[in-house]
Design a protein around this ligand. Sequence first.
Ligand SMILES: Cc1cc2nc3c(=O)[nH]c(=O)nc-3n(C[C@H](O)[C@H](O)[C@H](O)COP(=O)(O)OP(=O)(O)OC[C@H]3O[C@@H](n4cnc5c(N)ncnc54)[C@H](O)[C@@H]3O)c2cc1C
Length: 411
Amino acid sequence: MTENSNVIVVGGGYAGVMAANRLTQRDDVTVTLINPRSTFVHRVRLHQLVGGSDDAVVDYREILAEDVRLVVDSVTRIDAAERSVTLATGGTVEYDHLIYAVGSGSADPGVPGAAEFAYPIAGLEEAQRLRPVLDAASAKAPVTVVGAGPTGIETAAELAEAGRAVTLVCGGVLGPYLHPRGRRSVARRMAELGVAVLEGPDARVTAVTRDSVRLGDGRTLPSEVTIWTAGFAVPDLAARSGLSTDALGRLLTDETLTSVDDPHIVAAGDSAAPSGLPLRMSCQAAIPLGARAADTVLSRIEGEQPSPLNQVFAGQCISLGRDTGIFQFAHRYDVAVGFHIDGRTGARLKEIVCKGIVKHLAAESRKPGSYRLHRVSGGAKRQELLRAARPADETRAKAADETPVTVEHVA
Ligand SMILES: Cc1cc2nc3c(=O)[nH]c(=O)nc-3n(C[C@H](O)[C@H](O)[C@H](O)COP(=O)(O)OP(=O)(O)OC[C@H]3O[C@@H](n4cnc5c(N)ncnc54)[C@H](O)[C@@H]3O)c2cc1C
């Protein structure tokens, strides 16, 4: 019998909850989950919160194992040398192993006026702040959604279906991930909903005012409510704590998700950068990464060598209002293929996915160790990418006078 191990999971999102639940497999592991809120944010429904069809929260009692101690607080610093974290409310908590799962939020738009006048929605409080603003705006008020990734598309569709006059400014193409066939389907649906879709390099917002947006080609569009969905950023906790990160601030790990600085720190979800080749920021990756992170910690406790990550993607599932959606299928290495399911069936699939996420977490809370998707092979592609990154890495190391560099510098 080994000694009791204290594991702290920082961040109670998809990755953190999966990891915390899975760690309860062992009676000699004490699991503490630190999260700033006492409720779980179901982020994949935040556009529904904006549209008024869901509150995008789930009670932790539904999805978190009873043996996990939930501490409602924020970690302000990780002291790797002392193996402790500092909490925002004061005090420190010590650990034997730490799982870093602080997720992501809205990126700084870096556009004049956006911080003051545009509404980001990647976080719960941001989406909640926007709701009354929309309620107060007249039904005909022009609404601009900036960014045509899945969050922008879903938000534009949700609001247009509710009768809003929506312009979607893509800053490039509509749904960059989508296969051209999938993109045509989404474009048709947007047209049906009356969304004005502005595509192309000039359809880029360069300034935001209280009642308008300016585009790259000099046009000014009236916009009473401007919603910013372009890009995710990650918390700077790892960098602030002196840990190695990629350029975006994701914790840099090896393929077992272990920090390149410290074997007692493991990362998962949007805030992890395995081998400097991070996976697409998504719930789809966060849950298996959470399971993998827990398995890595459990292997270390057992004195075994942890396994490297697998990741298999299915595609991208986008709601296009409440009754329509699209499931864009992909190669398992996350590149869209020419097959999708759209219309009502697409919407049903999206709903199954959203409910399935909560079910997966709840199932793992009741029967820790039962989740298996992170063991399914994602094929040879990741190995190819890692191999392709390595020679460049070595060349750069030579160029930098034999100073070793990590794969993060290669992208
Ligand atoms: C509107 C919208 C729709 C989306 N739709 C999809 C979709 O359909 N499919 C899909 O795959 N992905 C989707 N995503 C992306 C997905 O939500 C994220 O990729 C996912 O939430 C990442 O999971 P995570 O566990 O890494 O982080 P998160 O879910 O962001 O959780 C991180 C947690 O850590 C907490 N935290 C942060 N800092 C600290 C700290 N210092 N101390 C303690 N706790 C901290 C946060 O408050 C949060 O609770 C969508 C996102 C949005 C915004």
